[in-house]
Design a protein around this ligand. Structure first.
Ligand code: TRP
Length: 465
């Protein structure tokens, strides 16, 4: 019995340690997991809300310093230990802090995927409305609010999205989906360039372009930094153990520095493109209404339909856009859920089917709470936030900084910077070695302490988000 189990596990482990087919294969896989709703839905609404250009500037600086150092560390630790986060931490020690460090990383995707699927459900709903030709109806001012406050409707669309995710995990056709998405991704970029071009040339849109691209220091607040840092973790899929797992599949000859840079450029380019589609449209179609800039999670669903309703072929564009976004969302949700499933398999020693069911149950419980939080459960507020916003805050502003701190401490105090450097140097020269050490020793811990203190201050209402 035990023998069976362990041979099954080791078989499973061997299978999982198959490697990516080459340098490009690695970059594409990581970029595929990085590009998702984070770029298209989350980045523009945060940029709109937290000061436009100043948010963008903060984001770029953090990404090139802190984000860069963390991606390199996680990837190198994964490749060095050949383990996903829980195992990677435990190769350095079995005591409590190591367990905690691994688990905090591993639990985050399990908490993100439920509310991610709620947004995925909104995308399916909009796609279905475009398919029925309701282009003008979707562009009405109160359409979105009406939709999400009808809790059971939202719940059904959420379940539809989750069902696709769970079925793909069961059927094990994840790679099929990824192949489709590799074709669709370039299409998404082309379509986004067109939509951004259209939206930026509407009368009044220029104000929006300026708001998004030119930093205005008057708009700066601590929450700009907190939001930018949370978004950086989210969008690049860092501080949640994912890159340990990807690193563990990576061959020794892939240049960690170069692939990190490529992924960062690609991910940021798509986020900025989404910003250029959505923020100028707020100024052109909602008159730069400050309330709309503050709209939060609903921003994409309010402005994009207005853009489509105003142009020729709007219905076709709407179908294309939401279809492509849906695919980007599905691939991301599948990898997030997959990471939960493999953690359960490895750590609880249960089979793939049981692990998938367990992940499905978690998705449905937390996801339904988030979906209904705008409707029948709208009286529930956790720390002044809706349930969906709360899960987003909990993971991005509290847990991810802690996970990042765990990685920093593992690198600086346990594994040692030198081991990580050695790992990187196995494949190539480490050009930014000095900067890397500086970021890991000083910058990263300071950033993390700032974000944690601000988040806690926010919870107690000392500062507002
Ligand atoms: N980065 C993804 C996005 O921008 C979301 C995400 C976070 C993700 N962590 C992940 C996707 C892990 C896949 C795997 O939408």
């Amino acid at each position: 019995m035990t023998g069976d189990k362990s041979s099954a596990t080791s078989q499973h482990m061997d299978k999982r340690r198959s490697t990516f087919s080459g340098k490009l294969g690695y970059v594409l896989a990581v970029a595929g997991s990085a590009v998702g709703l984070g770029n298209i839905w989350r980045f523009p609404y945060l940029a709109a809300k937290y000061g436009g250009g100043i948010f963008l500037l903060t984001y770029l600086i953090l990404m090139l310093t802190f984000g860069y150092a963390l991606i390199v560390s996680e990837t190198a630790l994964g490749r060095m230990t050949k383990r996903s986060p829980v195992g990677a931490f435990q190769t350095f020690g079995k005591k409590m802090p190591f367990k905690f460090g691994g688990w905090v990383n591993a639990v985050i995707p399990m908490l993100i995927v439920p509310y991610y699927s709620v947004i995925g459900g909104w995308v399916i709903k909009y796609l279905s409305e475009y398919l029925r030709g309701n282009t003008q109806i979707l562009a009405r001012d109160d359409y979105f609010t009406g939709f999400i406050s009808d809790g059971f409707g939202v719940e059904l669309w959420f379940l539809a999205f989750s069902l696709i995710v769970v079925v793909v995990l069961f059927a094990g056709v994840k790679h099929g989906v990824e192949r489709v998405s590799k074709v669709m991704m370039p299409l998404l970029v082309i379509l986004a360039v067109f939509v951004a071009g259209y939206s930026m040339t509407r009368p009044g849109a220029l104000e929006g372009v300026k708001y998004f691209l030119i930093p205005n220091f008057e708009n700066f607040s601590w929450m700009t930094v907190v939001a930018a840092m949370g978004q950086m973790f989210y969008s690049l899929s860092i501080a949640m153990g994912i890159l340990y797992t990807y690193g563990s599949y990576m061959k020794k000859d892939v240049d960690i520095e170069k692939s990190t840079t490529q992924v960062e450029i690609f991910d940021t380019a798509i986020a900025m493109l989404a910003g250029l589609m959505i923020i100028p449209a707020v100024f052109a179609f909602s008159g730069g209404d400050p309330d709309t800039l503050q709209a939060g999670p609903s921003l994409m669903f309010i402005t994009i339909p207005k853009v489509f309703a105003s142009m020729g072929f709007g219905t076709g564009a709407g179908i294309m856009f939401f279809l492509l976004v849906l695919l980007a969302a599905l691939t991301s949700a599948i990898s997030l859920a997959e990471s939960g499933v493999s953690t359960f398999e490895d750590q609880l020693g249960i089979g793939r089917h049981k692990a998938t069911i367990l992940m499905g149950v978690i998705m449905i419980l937390f996801g339904s709470a988030s979906a209904l939080g705008f409707g029948v459960l709208d009286f529930v507020s956790v720390l002044g936030m809706s349930i969906l916003d709360f899960f987003d805050f909990l993971t991005n502003s509290l847990m991810m900084p802690i996970a990042a701190l765990a990685t920093c401490l593992l690198v600086t105090h346990v594994a040692g910077l030198n081991r990580v450097i050695e790992e990187v140097e196995q494949s190539s020269e480490f050009k930014r070695k000095k900067l890397y050490c500086f970021f890991m020793k000083y910058l990263a811990p300071i950033c993390i302490v700032i974000i944690l203190l601000s988040s806690i201050a926010n919870v107690f209402g000392w500062i507002t988000m």
